[in-house]
Design a protein around this ligand. Structure first.
Ligand code: COA
Length: 264
């Protein structure tokens, strides 16, 4: 089914490994097509409760967009490539199920952008982040200028983009780009444990959280039909009261027992 990614579904967690190790998992058309298909599957398949995205090997998560593939593109082709990448990454960002990036090495250019489109990030201590596109006479095209600014603030985003700075794991942690740093061996166990913790919660509420928190940073009235994030939060808070899981969660608390959520 897939050509450039490997997927493994276990206990509701779909682990997705970008698999072009000889090219440091650079994002070419085949990877984008696979990620797009995989996200359609993640949205639709009830057996998939959450997604972890990582890269093959211990050297790179993703070393960027495939430079060889786009170097001779026209303006129109490049614009279309950017829109295509943005659409796939927005599908990841807006997935109603949790998506966590397990960053196991270089996350440069499109790799950093892929990691930032996930709901949050954990990285190994050898990870390196950056948007080095200016070295190529380029700027990011898959949402990097927007998401890095949201995550680390305008000043750092400006500096990191303009200087093509490569940021190590500790600086990524202190800047808020990643939530935890682990050894390479501990990376997937840590991310899996975080995912398992999330999967004990009410799935519909998790989906609504993702939507509301995304609205807080996207802040685009076209995306929200002109509604503010507060209006959407109030609507989604109300909608939770129509779920069986909300009744189960509040009843379980009052009965001093553990809630058993069914996703309904
Ligand atoms: N696109 C296409 N191919 C890439 C790539 C990319 N973004 N990043 C790495 N590769 C390829 C290299 O061309 C090389 O292929 P080859 O063996 O057929 O020559 C292979 O992956 C290994 O990379 P190499 O550069 O030899 O590894 P390194 O350890 O010396 O350096 C990096 C690692 C990440 C520092 C270096 O590969 C790099 O700078 N990559 C580009 C990063 C970048 O600018 N990304 C933004 C793109 S918009």
């Amino acid at each position: 089914m897939y050509h450039s990614i490997i997927t493994h579904l276990e206990n509701g967690i779909l682990t997705v490994t970008i698999n072009r190790p000889d090219k440091l998992n650079a994002l070419n058309k085949s990877v984008f097509d696979d990620l797009d298909l995989m996200m359609d599957e993640a949205y639709a398949n009830h057996e998939i409760k959450g997604v972890i995205i990582t890269g093959s090997g211990t050297k790179a998560f993703v070393a960027g967009a495939d430079i060889a593939e786009f170097s001779s593109f026209s303006k129109e082709e490049a614009t279309a490539l950017s829109i295509r990448g943005q659409e796939v990454f927005q599908k990841i960002e807006n997935c109603p199920k949790p998506v966590i990036a397990a960053v196991n090495g270089f996350a440069l250019g499109g790799g950093c952008e892929l990691a930032m489109s996930c709901h949050f990030r954990v990285c190994s201590d050898n990870a390196k982040f950056g948007q080095p596109e200016v070295n190529l006479g380029l700027i990011p095209g898959y949402g990097g200028t927007q998401r890095l600014t949201h995550l680390v603030g305008k000043g750092k985003s400006m500096e990191w983009h303009m200087t093509a700075k490569i940021v190590d794991a500790q600086e990524a942690l202190s800047s808020g780009l990643v939530n935890y740093v682990t050894t390479n061996e501990e990376l997937l166990p840590k991310v899996t444990a975080l995912m398992q913790q999330i999967l004990t919660k009410a799935p519909i509420a998790i989906g609504k959280l993702i939507e509301c928190i995304n609205v807080a940073v996207i802040n685009d009235s076209a995306f929200t039909n002109g509604k503010t994030g507060y209006t959407i939060e109030a609507e989604q808070f109300g909608a939770c009261f129509e779920t069986e899981d909300m009744k189960e969660g509040t009843t379980a608390f009052l009965e001093k027992r553990k809630a058993n959520f069914t996703g309904k």
